[in-house]
Each structure stands twice: as structure tokens, then as C-alpha cells.
Ligand binder design. Structure first.
Ligand SMILES: N[C@@H](CCC(=O)N[C@@H](CS)C(=O)NCC(=O)O)C(=O)O
Length: 212
């Protein structure tokens, strides 16, 4: 039976898994849940992920949540096209970068999102926005220092790229939707984003509501 992938449009964690699924080229059924309609808190979905968050993956009897655990599972189950790298050092660094996104970059971006895209334009607190912009700029500078402008770990994309790219795309979208409330993306991360955007399957994974 095919994998079933549960995502929510615009979730960077779901996007990471979506990119990994496409990277692997395995068949999967996509289910886009609606945050607004409360799909994530409905009993059927809570039976898959009791935390009521996306992403989740169902593979026969296995019900799995937490994006990095899902990517690890895909790499174990479909080793042909590694998504975390092949040698232990590369794998460790890919995991480290993904963990840094979860622990530092996302919480910082989340503060700015809460004051911008997650509410009606113009209703965010200007002081909170300024503080969040400053923190996100600082955090992105750190990722800029890890970047060569291409994929993070050499010539092929890995978990690290799939974890970081959605964050850059989200940061860019804040400025697109609410000019002045976003931040300037550092040059090497802009070049990194272009590299990821050159992947043939990137277009398939763009959050559906961004295309509307
Ligand atoms: N650590 C989790 C984070 C998942 C997460 O926070 N998902 C958000 C969307 S970005 C969500 O589903 N939020 C809905 C909610 O909390 O009600 C992972 O890596 O999968």
C-alpha cells in the first residue's frame, strides 16, 4: 500500500517531509489538512498524531509524526536515494542543521509570523515586529555562515536543505505579503534558495494556498 502523507499548507515541517518524499521518488497519497477547519484536532487525525500537528505519515500499520523522524524513516526504508547523506559525518551535520532549524530558526521565525502572516495585515505590534525581525536577522546570519550558496552539504540536496529552505521561503513571503515587515535574506541564503528552486520537484511542493 502507498504511503499516506498528511500535510498542512505552508507548514515548514510538512514541507521538509514533502521534499524528502519527492527526493525519494516513492509513491504517496497526499492529504492536505485545513488548519482553519480544525482538521488537525479531529478524532480521525488525532488517532494518527495525538499532538494534532502536521506532518504525519501512515505506512500500513505505522503511524508516524515528527518531521525529522519521518525523514529518517524514509531514508531507512528507501535507502536508494539517501536524503541524509551517506557517510557518518555528513549525516551528523545534516541532522545537526535540521535540529538547529527546529530549536532556533523556527522559534525565531514563529515570533515574526505571529505578528504578521498569522493575523490581519496592519494589526501586529510594531515593537514586537521590530524585535522579531532583529532576532530572525541574527539567526539567519548564523545559517548564512554555514552556507556556500549551494546545497549545504555538497552537490546533492539533503535533509539540511529541506529543513532550511521552507524557512527562507516563509521569511520571503512575510515581506511579499506585508512589505516592510519582512527581513532581508542574506546573499548566500538567497543563492541557496535559488539552488533548491532548481530542483525539478520543488514546484510540486509549493504550499497549495500560495499558488492561489
Ligand atoms: N516538531 C514538529 C512540529 C510540527 C508543527 O509544529 N506543526 C505545526 C505547523 S508548522 C502544526 O501542525 N501546528 C498546528 C497546531 O499546533 O495546532 C515536527 O517537526 O513535525
Amino acid at each position: 500500500m502507498a504511503l499516506t502523507f498528511y500535510c498542512g499548507s505552508g507548514s515548514p515541517f510538512a514541507w521538509k517531509v514533502w521534499l524528502a518524499l519527492e527526493h525519494k521518488g516513492v509513491p504517496y497519497e497526499l492529504k492536505v489538512l485545513s488548519f482553519q477547519d480544525g482538521d488537525l484536532k479531529k478524532p480521525d487525525y488525532l488517532a494518527i498524531n495525538p499532538r494534532g500537528k502536521v506532518p504525519a505519515l501512515v505506512d500500513d500499520d505505522l503511524r508516524l509524526f515528527e518531521s525529522s523522524a519521518i525523514v529518517e524513516y524514509l531514508d531507512d526504508k528507501y535507502p536508494a536515494k539517501p536524503v541524509i547523506g551517506r557517510d557518518p559525518g555528513t549525516r551528523a551535520i545534516a541532522r545537526r542543521i535540521a535540529a538547529e532549524v527546529d530549536s532556533y530558526l523556527y522559534p525565531t521565525a514563529r515570533k515574526l509570523l505571529a505578528q504578521t502572516l498569522f493575523r490581519a495585515a496592519g494589526t501586529g505590534d510594531p515593537i514586537e515586529i521590530a524585535t522579531a525581525k532583529e532576532e530572525l536577522t541574527k539567526e539567519l546570519a548564523r545559517f548564512e555562515s554555514y552556507s556556500s550558496g549551494g546545497f549545504f552539504l555538497g552537490g546533492s540536496p539533503t535533509l539540511a536543505d529541506y529543513a532550511v529552505y521552507p524557512m527562507i521561503a516563509l521569511a520571503r513571503r512575510i515581506e511579499l505579503k506585508q512589505p516592510g515587515n519582512g527581513i532581508t535574506i542574506p546573499a548566500k541564503l538567497q543563492s541557496f534558495a535559488k539552488t533548491v528552486e532548481g530542483l525539478p520537484y520543488l514546484g510540486k511542493t509549493i504550499p497549495p494556498h500560495w499558488k492561489a
